[in-house]
Design a protein around this ligand. Structure first.
Ligand SMILES: Cc1cc2nc3c(=O)[nH]c(=O)nc-3n(C[C@H](O)[C@H](O)[C@H](O)COP(=O)(O)OP(=O)(O)OC[C@H]3O[C@@H](n4cnc5c(N)ncnc54)[C@H](O)[C@@H]3O)c2cc1C
Length: 480
């Protein structure tokens, strides 16, 4: 990972803390060991950060919790002057280690920027502060008969800016696209403290759309402080359906045909696990559209060899879609790092989310199966989520040994799993796809990003140098 140039003098953290306190108030600068510990990790456990063990050794030096954009700008300008790393922090629910302070510095928690500023029903937009938790956005829009388009498992715990910065994918992505597609305008504090605002209109022909510099950028180009996002009418009608297939390829053919025809259900999830192969579907929208989409989809599925098994399984699936995050909120969020890690120790597994050109997906699965079988790594679940290109695998090494702690695992099993995971991720790259479509890069996939980006990495580095010459914004991320 690239290192920050060493400041001319060692940093006097007490002095920095005093200066920060003058900006945000003393109670919003945290330096106690408990807070430092809690903030210095997200939902990534060290076990699954196969090539980034060292990233967990460095903790943040200070935590700061600004109240508004002006305070964020002053904090960032102060850090710029001192050459101090700044790591934007939303809900801390990322699963790749995006907020890990790999070079120490200041974690900038935006959770006090949590207000819904404006709802604009005619424009179908809402203006919202960066640190608002998605569930609060759902609740705030409900009285207007509106809802956001992004609905990940982590609705109860993830923030607007965190989901923009990872370009996350959710249950309604088939209809509305990933979080990045919901962004209409952004307010961003640049690494030198200047504030830029893009305009809240759906389209421009006045130069490139700068929103895209910050979507999926994991905080390396600035701190998002406000977003105007698309919102949607709550559906007038909905219909749940579940279709079973004897073969994943048949389900894949049905999903591809639906997509090509322009059918966009809210939910589209084709999962193969030990129980069978099920396509979960939810159609939402205006009554005639829902009926027509359901009918045509059932014909497509039947033609591909599927059979309708009724809506119940999908109703259950939908009802429980946020359970894992509710559980995470109860048992992990805000707890000490070691306690969080203990909760997740146990089974040795990994969950991989590749995106491939549609015509390569089935061939990819075949080759990935061979690579993993050679290493005695089992795939216990295959999934297409929202699009035929978005292919996931839940992998478990043979024997499924237990992991009991950061330093208490079978090193050979871990090394074999790590190597197998890298083989299938690089296979996705080599087949024209990307190694991750959902959660970002963080520290977990950092070592593979350069080979995916090629010359694009140089262009990204040039942009980074121009905007952030001292490299203070979330250093050590995105291979910059
Ligand atoms: C139980 C559980 C279920 C999950 N389900 C899903 C899912 O269905 N779909 C999905 O996509 N993800 C899922 N995730 C992962 C996680 O919720 C997402 O990655 C989410 O987008 C992170 O949001 P956050 O607010 O917690 O961001 P954080 O983890 O705080 O930050 C993520 C990245 O964004 C940057 N960032 C945060 N705030 C800002 C800001 N204001 N300005 C600039 N950069 C910023 C950080 O520096 C970091 O690099 C799940 C996680 C858990 C624990």
């Amino acid at each position: 990972m690239s290192a920050l140039p060493h400041p001319a003098h060692p940093i006097d953290w007490r002095d920095v803390g005093d200066q920060l306190a003058r900006i945000v108030g003393a109670k919003h600068v945290l330096a106690d060991p408990d807070s430092i510990d809690r903030y210095s990790a997200d939902a990534l456990t060290p076990y699954r950060a196969y090539y980034a063990d060292a990233a967990f050794d460095r903790l943040a030096d200070l935590i700061v919790r600004p109240a508004d954009t002006e305070q964020v700008a002053r904090v960032v300008a102060l850090a710029q002057q001192g050459g101090i790393p700044v790591i934007p922090y939303g809900g801390g629910t990322g699963v790749m280690g995006g907020i890990l302070p790999v070079q120490g510095g200041i974690i900038l928690d935006v959770s006090r920027l949590n207000r819904l500023l404006k709802v604009d029903p005619p424009s179908l937009t809402a203006e919202v502060q960066a640190g608002m938790v998605l569930q609060d956005l759902y609740d705030g829009l409900k009285p207007y008969g509106l809802m956001p388009g992004h609905d990940p498992y982590s609705v109860p715990i993830a923030t607007v800016a965190g989901t923009i910065s990872t370009n996350g994918v959710g249950y309604r992505a088939s209809a509305f696209g990933p979080m990045g597609d919901q962004v209409v305008a952004l307010e961003v504090v640049l690494p030198d403290g200047r504030v830029i605002e893009t305009r809240p209109v759906p389209k421009q022909s006045t130069g490139p759309n700068l929103n895209h510099l910050f979507i999926g950028s994991e905080g390396v180009f600035g701190v998002i402080t406000r977003a105007t996002v698309k919102v949607f009418r709550q559906p007038e009608a909905n219909a749940y359906a579940t279709v079973e297939f004897a073969d994943f390829a048949d389900g894949f053919a049905a999903v591809s045909e639906m997509t090509a025809l322009g059918i966009r259900p809210a939910l589209l999830d084709l999962t193969e696990d030990g129980e069978g192969i099920l396509l979960h579907l939810l159609f939402e929208g205006f009554r005639e559209g829902v009926d027509a989409a359901l009918q045509r989809t059932m014909k497509i599925c039947a033609a591909a060899g599927g059979w309708n098994v009724g809506p119940q399984s999908t109703l259950d699936y939908w009802r429980h879609r946020h359970d894992s995050a509710l559980n995470y909120r109860e048992t992990a969020l805000g707890r000490p790092r070691t306690e969080r890690w203990r909760r997740q120790w146990g089974r040795t597994f990994d969950y991989l989310h590749m995106s491939l050109p549609t015509d390569r997906v089935l061939e990819y699965r075949r080759q990935a199966d061979e690579l993993l079988a050679a290493r005695k790594i089992n795939v216990v679940e295959y999934c297409l989520w929202s699009r035929p290109e978005f292919f996931s695998m839940l992998v478990v090494p043979d024997g499924d040994r237990r992991v009991n702690g950061r330093d208490d695992y079978d090193a050979d099993v871990r090394a074999n799993l790590a190597a197998g995971v890298d083989e299938v991720l690089t296979l996705a790259q080599d087949m024209g796809g990307v190694m991750e479509y959902c959660h970002g890069v963080g520290v977990k996939l950092h070592h593979l990003l350069a080979r995916e980006l090629g010359v694009s990495r140089d262009a990204m580095r040039d942009i980074k140098r121009a905007l952030d010459p001292a490299g203070i914004m979330n250093p050590g991320k995105l291979a910059l």
